[in-house]
Ligand binder design. Structure first.
Ligand SMILES: *[C@@H]1O[C@H](CO)[C@@H](O)[C@H](O)[C@H]1NC(C)=O
Ligand SMILES: *[C@@H]1O[C@H](CO)[C@@H](O)[C@H](O)[C@H]1NC(C)=O
Ligand SMILES: *[C@@H]1O[C@H](CO)[C@@H](O)[C@H](O)[C@H]1NC(C)=O
Ligand SMILES: *[C@@H]1O[C@H](CO)[C@@H](O)[C@H](O)[C@H]1NC(C)=O
Ligand SMILES: *[C@@H]1O[C@H](CO)[C@@H](O)[C@H](O)[C@H]1NC(C)=O
Ligand SMILES: *[C@@H]1O[C@H](CO)[C@@H](O)[C@H](O)[C@H]1NC(C)=O
Length: 501
């Protein structure tokens, strides 16, 4: 029992100590100069050399800081200056006797109009005798000040009890709003306009609103309303007047675009193209896709629905994106070249890749070249990346299929650029790999890694230009360059030996 009491006591002590530490705020926690100077919980002072907030020297009056701050403003700006810590969104300053000074209180000023009070501070309005601070409705003591609260919501003067309360029901809202663009619904969502001004509870459904001025929304603001001249109705397609006879007019009637027009006028819910029975309604379906009027019916505006009078790719593309023409006229959706089944349609595939017509439509690649191309030059003029293949037709160029008339590295490079083609024994090309695979002297320059090769005349082969491959000293057929390299290698070997001795 005693232990329980003890634990409870400790808990209470813990909670109170935490609350204490939360509410206690230290000057050093305030990081900006403005927060430091304007906070009104504790007296702080900004140390501009250290850029820190510290406890205030008691000798300095806090008002001086405000006064200094307010000093900077002219008559017009002064009453609207930045908010201070304890004056909500209102000015920290007030215009008093020709100067801008620290705001203290509205009530010392005897002014009888709101504009005179506002000229001192935007926090002040009049109660008819002197200025009072804008506050909660129930703080206003006089009817004249009982207009709006700190949150800009309306107040209501209760003449029975002679007090000011929040205008929290439709009938308590004022007869005229300022500014007059505001509506009853902006203030309280379930209110609508009343004949003669002011607000009244909205009818539940549109059909319950008896006046045109009330006929905007239903009570829950889920349904827009429409005044048909004598009655208020739900603003749905079916309730549109029959004078509306175009798709645009129905889009204006219901701005979400969900209505289109119909036979004999009026509107109907937009669904599919097929559902439209007149051309005026044949514009778009509910997915916002185009419709096409064939003359007798409405269909989706897709390639397959194009009229057979369209016989060119450009006419088909204009009908709908991605369409090409087809045999007999009309259009079909492009895809691979094979989507085109007549030569006039066979131009480019859907990816803008060239097509060729060779009894069927095919991608313009080397292997698809017609067999009638039988020479290297024909294949080259067909497509610069092709060469001829045996039996006719073309193939893609590789180093190995280069014609044997090519006998320099440059010619091989031109044949198939950037593919490391070099010439080889007997002409033609091969891929540049290792020096030892290079078969002729003219090709023996560098391997595929860019390391030098040299032509070893004695063996008639191409070798890596490394010391191990250096020709023996008694071979005086080598070039001068190789000789120097040999000398270098000998010297290098000598140095290695010295080092190891
Ligand atoms: C304001 O009016 C009150 C009387 O209503 C008067 O006592 C007071 O001196 C006036 N103050 C100023 C600043 O005129
Ligand atoms: C409002 O309309 C709904 C259906 O549209 C109906 O069930 C309801 O009774 C109506 N309410 C009033 C007050 O007329
Ligand atoms: C409005 O609608 C009601 C009910 O449908 C109808 O009786 C009335 O004639 C309509 N008014 C006009 C001007 O069309
Ligand atoms: C071309 O395609 C159309 C539609 O896809 C088809 O009706 C026609 O028979 C085809 N013609 C040929 C020659 O394949
Ligand atoms: C090679 O093929 C193309 C594409 O089909 C063709 O236009 C050209 O006439 C052919 N060349 C020869 C010589 O047949
Ligand atoms: C072989 O390839 C290397 C690296 O790409 C290049 O530097 C060298 O010139 C090529 N050899 C010949 C003979 O083209």
């Amino acid at each position: 029992m005693n232990i329980k009491v003890l634990i409870l006591t400790l808990l209470v002590a813990l909670v109170t100590s935490q609350q204490y530490s939360i509410s206690q705020c230290d000057c050093s926690q305030l990081l900006s100069e403005e927060d430091c100077q304007k906070n009104d919980m504790i007296k702080c002072q900004w140390d501009s050399t250290k850029n820190t907030c510290k406890n205030q020297d008691t000798t300095i009056n806090p008002v001086i800081n405000y006064a200094k701050y307010c000093d900077n403003f002219k008559e017009m700006e002064c009453p609207k200056q930045k908010p201070c810590g304890n004056c909500g969104s209102y000015s920290a300053c007030a215009w008093v006797e020709g100067q801008c000074t620290f705001f203290t209180d509205c009530t010392v000023f005897n002014k009888t109009t709101d504009s005179d009070c506002q000229a001192i501070s935007n926090k002040c309005i009049t109660d008819g005798v002197h200025c009072v601070e804008i506050d909660n409705c129930d703080k206003y003591k006089k009817q004249q000040s009982c207009v709006k609260n700190l949150l800009d919501n309306f107040c209501y003067w209760d003449t029975k009890n002679n007090n000011c309360v929040d205008a929290d029901t439709c009938d308590k809202l004022p007869i005229k709003f300022q500014p007059h663009t505001k509506t009853c619904r902006h203030e309280i969502q379930s209110c609508t306009a009343k004949s003669g001004g002011g607000c009244i509870d909205s009818g539940i459904n549109c059909s319950d609103q008896s006046l045109e001025i009330q006929c905007v929304w239903d009570q829950s603001m889920k349904m827009e309303c429409y005044w048909n001249g004598t009655q208020c109705k739900d603003r749905i397609c079916d309730n549109a007047p029959t004078t509306l006879n175009s798709d645009d007019a129905c889009k204006l009637f219901k701005t979400d675009g969900s209505c289109t027009t119909k036979l004999n006028g009026g509107c109907i819910t937009r669904t599919t193209c097929q559902a439209a029975t007149i051309s005026a309604a044949c514009i778009k379906n509910s997915k916002n896709e185009d419709c096409y009027w064939t003359g007798t019916a409405c269909v989706d505006k897709i390639c397959s629905n194009a009229p057979t009078t369209l016989t060119t790719n450009s006419a088909c593309a204009a009908f709908s994106k991605g369409c090409i023409t087809k045999q007999g006229g009309g259009c079909v959706l492009n895809g691979d070249c094979s989507a085109a089944n007549i030569s006039t349609a066979c131009v480019k595939n859907i990816n803008n890749f060239d097509c060729i017509w060779d009894s069927t439509c095919k991608e313009k690649t080397c292997v698809n070249a017609p067999k009638s191309n039988t020479t290297h030059d024909q294949c080259t003029s067909y497509l610069s990346t092709c060469t001829v293949q045996s039996g006719g037709g073309c193939q893609k160029r590789t180093c190995d299929n280069a014609p044997i008339t090519l006998n320099t590295n440059d010619a091989c490079e031109t044949y198939l650029p950037a593919n490391k083609c070099i010439t080889k024994n007997g002409g033609g090309c091969t891929i540049n790999t290792t020096c030892s695979l290079i078969s002729i002297e003219v090709a023996c320059i560098k391997n595929s890694l860019g390391q030098p090769c040299f032509w070893h005349a004695a063996s008639g082969s191409c070798k890596d230009r490394i010391c191990a491959n250096a020709p023996s000293s008694n071979n005086n057929h080598e070039t001068l360059l190789i000789f120097f390299e040999y000398m270098y290698c000998e010297f290098y070997k000598y140095r290695m030996c010295r080092k190891n001795m």
